[in-house]
Ligand binder design. Structure first.
Ligand SMILES: [Zn+2]
Ligand SMILES: [Zn+2]
Length: 292
């Protein structure tokens, strides 16, 4: 795949997995992100073979070129509590297996939280959980997402993401998802093309951009280094139109799902109006780069 980042939205699979494809098509998506179970409940959703086959068929017939799954929010691979660890491992493994079944480009995961504990040990515990989950699934990559850095959340820096890769034995199915809102909040300036360039050079040095498999393009309500995860509608926040245009036109994101999670410009859920903003900003970014 050459050329352009695959712009898309987080869409709901309410009514069944195939519905997510339908919503993505209606909204003009080139890629989609979905939850394959309620993100705030442990109980996994049982997807029938029929529903999975229908999903794959609808996807193949659609212009959507890439699907990623966002894992549930409850898991904490870093926990020292054996019961929570077991539940987290089961949930992450289940998401990876659903990813295998639907042909997802990856499962995006918030790596975990050290709470008040020791960060190094928390990272070690994550590595064990990730390796076990990968061993219990086939092909689907596990994409660790950078965090805004609130509390003890792991993944606030490229050094921490690189450490998570290392404790996972450098597993070939470990990849990364960078979120522009979280980057800004954790102190990485992505507000201009030049600033983004420096951030990507840093990421490349720490874990290698060949491991980058997904981008979350969200604007931020809170400023650089605020360590708060508050998404804003595209172009309306601290990153602004110039920064968002730089992200959605970045040539190194060509072929990657570049997903807007919301809130949308017209309401909480991202809609076609948000896709229009992304396309306009991609065009503006490309012309600023002399690419169009
Ligand atoms: Zn995100
Ligand atoms: Zn976020």
């Amino acid at each position: 795949m050459t050329g352009l980042p695959l712009l898309g939205l987080h869409v709901s699979p309410a009514g069944g997995l195939p519905k997510a494809v339908e919503r993505g098509v209606e909204r003009g998506c080139e890629s989609i992100q979905i939850f394959t179970q309620s993100p705030r409940r442990w109980a996994p959703t049982n997807h029938t073979d029929e529903s999975i086959a229908e999903f794959r068929e609808a996807l193949a017939a659609s212009p959507i070129q890439s699907v990623v799954i966002h894992a549930l929010y409850l898991s904490n691979a870093a926990t020292p509590d054996p019961e929570l660890r077991e539940k987290s491992l089961t949930a992450i493994t289940h998401s990876l297996r659903v990813g295998d079944a639907i042909g997802a480009a990856g499962v995006v995961l918030h790596p975990g939280s050290a709470k008040d504990g020791h960060v190094g040990e928390a990272i070690e515990r994550c590595g064990d959980v990730f390796q076990e989950a990968l061993a219990e699934s086939e092909n689907c990559p596990l994409l660790l997402e950078d965090t805004a850095g609130a509390g003890g959340t792991l993944g606030r820096s490229f050094e921490e993401l690189a450490a998570l890769l290392e404790v996972s034995g450098g597993h070939e199915r470990i990849g990364f998802c960078l979120d522009s809102c979280h980057l800004l909040a954790s102190g990485y300036d992505v507000r201009t093309e030049e600033a983004l360039d420096g951030v990507l050079a840093d990421a490349d040095a720490q874990f290698g951009l060949d491991r980058l498999r997904c981008i979350h393009v969200n604007d931020s309500q809170t400023p650089l280094g605020s360590n708060r995860d508050r998404h804003a509608p595209l172009g309306t926040g601290e990153i602004g139109e110039v920064g968002i245009a730089a992200v959605v036109s970045e040539p190194r994101f060509a072929g990657l799902p570049v997903i807007f999670e919301g809130p949308g410009i017209e309401g909480k859920e991202p809609m076609p109006a948000d896709m229009e903003i992304m396309r306009r900003l991609r065009d503006e970014g490309r012309s600023a780069r002399g690419l169009a």
